[in-house]
Ligand binder design. Structure first.
Ligand code: NI
Length: 186
């Protein structure tokens, strides 16, 4: 399965409502494979369906150093997060080359469905906890920049615009399309 195009901020796909997956069918299995292939191609830690232009509640993750622990999460819900928080640098495949210090609960407990349609629970700590929360945010239309102050958010978006313009000029054939829309938040 070829890797899919990753949509960059501020593409509207990233803010749209994501539908729950009702039935595990061929389309759902194909979406999971597309997400895995796309994440692995760019060595990402996680990727959510809206980032490849599919507004459904699914994400994939592989935070293992050897990249041999990829997992698929369908309709994930956070059941509990720790009171203890952790601040660490975070990035997102929809914000190429942009990073920011983000504070999140240091561990989380979630429920989700696997690809066989079985409901599972999972407890995550450290980098995985951060990744799981980041990806579940995506499924709720929330982006990592939403955790920043208004000023830091503005600066990061400005830097991203410059970066995307530079990449755009460098390539004769654009790898992405920028579909502008008005971000109403803040
Ligand atoms: Ni992301």
């Amino acid at each position: 399965m070829p890797a899919k195009k990753i949509y960059f901020y501020p593409d509207p796909y990233l803010r749209q409502t994501n539908q729950s997956i009702i039935e595990i069918n061929e389309d759902v299995r194909e979406l999971a494979q597309d997400l895995l292939d796309t994440m692995n191609k760019v060595s990402g830690l996680g990727l959510a369906a809206p980032q490849v232009g599919v507004n459904k509640k699914m994400f994939v993750m592989d935070c293992s150093p050897k990249r041999n622990n990829s997992r698929v999460f369908i309709n994930p819900t956070i059941l509990k997060t720790s009171e203890e928080t952790e601040t660490s640098e975070e990035g997102c495949l929809s914000f190429p080359d942009q990073f920011a210090e983000i504070t999140r609960p240091s561990s989380c407990h979630i429920s989700y469905s696997d690809l066989e349609g079985h409901i599972q629970e999972g407890h995550f700590e450290g980098l995985e906890a951060r990744c799981v929360q980041h990806e579940i945010d995506h499924l709720n239309g929330i982006l990592f920049i939403d955790h920043l102050s208004k000023l830091k958010k503005k600066n990061l978006v400005k830097k991203l615009d410059k970066q995307l313009l530079k990449d755009h000029r460098k390539s004769m054939e654009p790898k992405y399309s920028i579909r502008r829309h008005n971000e109403q938040k803040n």
